[in-house]
Ligand binder design. Structure first.
Ligand SMILES: *Cc1c(COP(=O)(O)O)cnc(C)c1O
Length: 799
């Protein structure tokens, strides 16, 4: 039905009538979207079934990627593209008077994630399928994804997100594959044939019902599966409990994604979510394996289970529970299989983000799992004691359970065969600092896997204009082999190529300018520098540094009659965690400076500040292609990798950044002359934290520019905000500026001046831009996933 335009049109019209029960003339864009979505799902069903059958028949090793977040975004466009039917569909619809882009807008973003970590999981799924690797995602089908952000008077308001309101054409409910998950209750221990047996009794049962979504590879027959679990009441309601309360508590498990990005709240519900994901996923993995092999003794030879951050780390005791209690294995056998099956990625060194569960919450909710964690801990501490006899302090620091807390990162390290960081610098910090003791004990477990992003979504789909230029220049090999983008390098100085590159950037800036006007009513200068910072709002990401610089520019423009700048549009997009009050004040500050700058006739020709509300994947796809400058200005050592930096680079934006996360590797790839670097290094930051020596007051008193902008936070400069920015002021002075904003201010101003100067040297800038695109192939997630496949999972393509 997709082989040619006319066939497609015929099938589409027929399908629309049967599906929607109306004639095409009466159909709405949503009807049209649903029709097309259903057609696509039907179209791939044969390959989906075949992929599953082949995986079973060949008994190939498969990886299951467990993640509490999958930030997928919209799927129609990327599915059409991966299937190679986008053009046929677009033309067919055009004949019918429908614009494909318009009906794509009907799809709600699947926003089942907060930011980088969840988006990484989504990129990995795309790469796994596109590389024909047998790999599947396991997650939670949250009824409400990350909140929708509304800005009211410059303040963030959170609204519940409702992606399922109009249904989800991509999912298939598989009730017959439901898994029962047990909470609460107690453990009965008895002796049988000289062996202790454990029975979890009086538990409260929850039914985990899977919804499968196809993950379609690019121009291949592979269709992998993302299995999202929904929590429902068990077939029989518990007798001892109020029916309504049981239903409510059960459904609550898959109701909301936690919008808390790093600050972990000690919420029972969150622990419930984590165990729910793990028990359902492992239950179904083990069931399938048993059916094929009859036993689990060789599980690790056929299955790899990857734990994305510590949220699914209960996979370790859960797999142990099954092997011990259901299979009757010895501890040693069970431990061998478990540790060889499971691998773990760490995503952050921020200590406030390291998960620790109080025993008094953990033990009653998961009594048998807690017993197993205790046993893992005891055996681990015994090993440590043998290795470091008498070193109590070290053992106390490394223990999985200590001071009334279960430390999930320790559990994840001890129970897996591979621990990886997400960029070279991050992995080094793990080995040398955060996880030093574990690294000393088992160095062979530790490795680096620098993050990547799928160039199919972030370049091919998001930026068809640039993609066409690249293909015209070097051919289409880069789409299957992104590292072939390096072939662009010889064209970086070619003036014909440069002009074409300038033209596509201009097209996308015009498109974004139009969107900005539609969303905000503000007209931006399309020839200005588009300087973009889009990411979650966090103190360590230092949106504040960007804002203070804008305030400085504004002050100069107002006070210095001969000072002028090349026109600049600063663009922000960021959600703040609802309980993160400091971050919310930064959002208000961005709006307050925007209000001033954009309305001031003296400055608004040269300076505009835009905040695009509700930053999410679909909006990001409009922003990256239009960016000139990529703001990656985190306090060095704090950003584990970043992936936004890679999306910008792929789209020809130049990084203005600190030597943090993957910026370091972008530097290695493109060289200093093709980036704008500034600020403290990670070593300098860490040395300040260790040895002291930083006094933000000194920078405040010695630099008039700093004093002025910091004072403006509280001196009535922002009349609409009263004393709202006092906590920001205090963080910079009274609290000694934990993130070194003032320390890096002068260097940042200087780097921004360089940006402005180089931007006006058009050939130089365009060459830089081209070189960044040429080197971005390394940051495609195909490379990352291939490394995981070879070095951690030991999985191979199914052909
Ligand atoms: C890529 C992406 C992120 C991560 O951005 P960073 O700059 O790496 O923090 C967050 N949210 C969305 C919607 C993204 O697409």
């Amino acid at each position: 039905m997709f082989s040619n335009k006319d066939e497609f049109k015929k099938a589409f019209l027929k399908r629309l009538e049967t599906l929607c029960g109306k004639r095409f003339e009466e159909s709405t864009p949503r009807d049209q979207y649903n029709t097309l979505g259903n057609m696509v799902r039907e179209y791939i069903s044969k390959n989906w079934i075949q992929t599953n059958e082949q995986n079973r028949a060949r008994k190939q090793k498969q990886v299951y990627y467990l993640s509490i977040e999958f930030l997928l975004g919209r799927l129609l466009g990327s599915n059409l593209l991966n299937l190679g039917i986008r053009d046929v569909v677009e033309e067919g619809l055009r004949d019918l008077g429908i614009c494909l882009e318009d009906i794509e807008e009907c799809e709600a973003d699947a926003g089942l994630g907060n930011g980088g970590l969840g988006r990484l999981a989504a990129c990995f799924l795309d790469s796994l399928a596109s590389l024909d690797l047998p790999g599947h995602g396991c997650g939670i089908r949250y009824k409400h994804g990350l909140f929708d952000q509304k800005i009211v008077d410059g303040y963030q308001v959170e609204l519940p997100e409702q992606w399922l309101r109009h249904g989800n054409v991509w999912e298939i409910r598989k009730e017959e594959l439901a898994v029962e998950v047990n909470f609460w209750g107690k453990v009965e221990i008895s002796q049988q044939n000289g062996r202790l047996t454990f029975r979890h009794v009086d538990s409260e049962k929850v039914m985990a019902v899977p919804y499968d979504m196809p993950i379609i590879g690019y121009h291949t027959k592979t269709v992998n599966t993302l299995r999202l679990w929904s929590a429902e009441p068990a077939k029989t309601f518990p007798v001892h409990k109020d029916v309504m309360q049981y239903k409510r508590e059960t459904e609550a498990i898959s109701e909301f994604l936690y919008p808390d990005d790093t600050h972990e709240e000690g919420k029972i519900l969150r622990l419930k979510q984590q165990y729910f994901l793990v028990a359902a996923s492992i239950g179904s993995i083990v069931r399938a394996h048993r059916r094929q092999h009859g036993h689990l003794y060789e599980l690790h030879k056929y299955v790899a289970i990857h734990v994305n951050d510590t949220h699914p780390a209960l996979a370790i005791p859960e797999l142990m529970r099954i092997l011990l209690d259901e299979e009757g294995m010895s501890w040693e056998d069970a431990w061998h299989i478990t540790t060889n099956t499971i691998s773990y990625t760490n995503h952050t060194t921020l200590s406030e983000a390291l998960e620790k569960w109080p025993i008094h919450i953990f033990q009653p909710l998961l009594p048998r799992i807690y017993m197993i964690v205790e046993e893992i801990n005891e055996r681990f501490c015994r090993d440590l004691w043998n290795y470091y006899p008498g070193d109590w302090k070290r053992i106390e620091e490394m223990a999985i359970i200590a001071h009334g807390l279960v430390k999930m990162a320790h559990l994840a390290i001890v129970g897996s065969h591979s621990v990886n960081g997400v960029a070279k610098l991050h992995t080094e910090i793990l080995k040398k600092r955060e996880m030093r003791l574990f690294y000393e004990f088992e160095p062979q477990k530790f490795n680096n896997k620098t993050n990547g992003v799928t160039h199919r979504r972030w370049l091919l789909k998001a930026n068809p204009e640039l993609s066409a230029l690249i293909t015209d220049t070097i051919g289409g090999r880069w789409i299957k082999e992104p590292q072939a983008l390096i072939e662009l390098k010889p064209y970086a100085s070619d003036s014909v190529f440069q002009q074409a590159l300038a033209k596509v950037k201009q097209q996308r800036k015009a498109k974004l300018a139009k969107l900005i006007y539609e969303k905000t009513g503000i007209v931006v200068n399309e020839s200005s520098i588009f300087d973009v910072q889009v990411k979650r709002l966090h103190a360590y990401k230092r949106q504040l540094l960007n804002v203070l610089h804008i305030m400085y520019l504004y002050n100069r423009l107002k006070e210095d009659a001969i000072f002028s700048i090349y026109p600049r549009t600063f663009i922000f997009g960021a959600k703040a965690s609802p309980g993160y009050y400091y971050a919310k004040r930064i959002i208000k500050l961005i709006h307050s400076i925007a209000e001033k700058v954009n309305k001031d006739k003296q400055t608004n020709e040269q300076l505009k500040v835009i905040f695009l509300e509700n930053y999410r994947v679909s909006l990001a796809e409009e922003i990256f292609p239009a960016a000139d400058v990529s703001e990656q200005i985190s306090t060095a050592s704090k950003e584990a990798s970043g992936t936004g930096n890679m999306k910008f680079m792929m789209n020809g934006a130049i990084t203005l950044g600190t030597l943090d996360g993957a910026n370091v590797e972008i530097l290695e790839a493109v060289g200093e002359e093709n980036m704008f670097l500034f600020g403290l290094t990670a070593d300098e930051v860490l040395s300040y934290y260790e040895n002291g020596g930083y006094r933000s007051h000194e920078y405040y008193h010695h630099d008039k520019r700093i004093k002025q902008v910091v004072d403006q936070l509280i001196n009535g400069f922002f009349p609409d905000a009263h004393d709202h920015f006092e906590p920001i002021y205090d963080s910079l002075l009274a609290q000694n500026d934990e993130y070194f904003v003032l320390r890096d201010f002068a260097a940042y101003v200087e780097a921004q001046e360089k940006v402005e100067q180089v931007y006006q040297e058009r050939e130089r800038w365009l060459k830089m831009s081209a070189i960044n695109i040429a080197h971005s192939g390394y940051f495609a997630s195909d490379r990352t996933v291939q490394e995981y496949a070879n070095e951690i999972w030991d999985i191979h393509p199914v052909k």
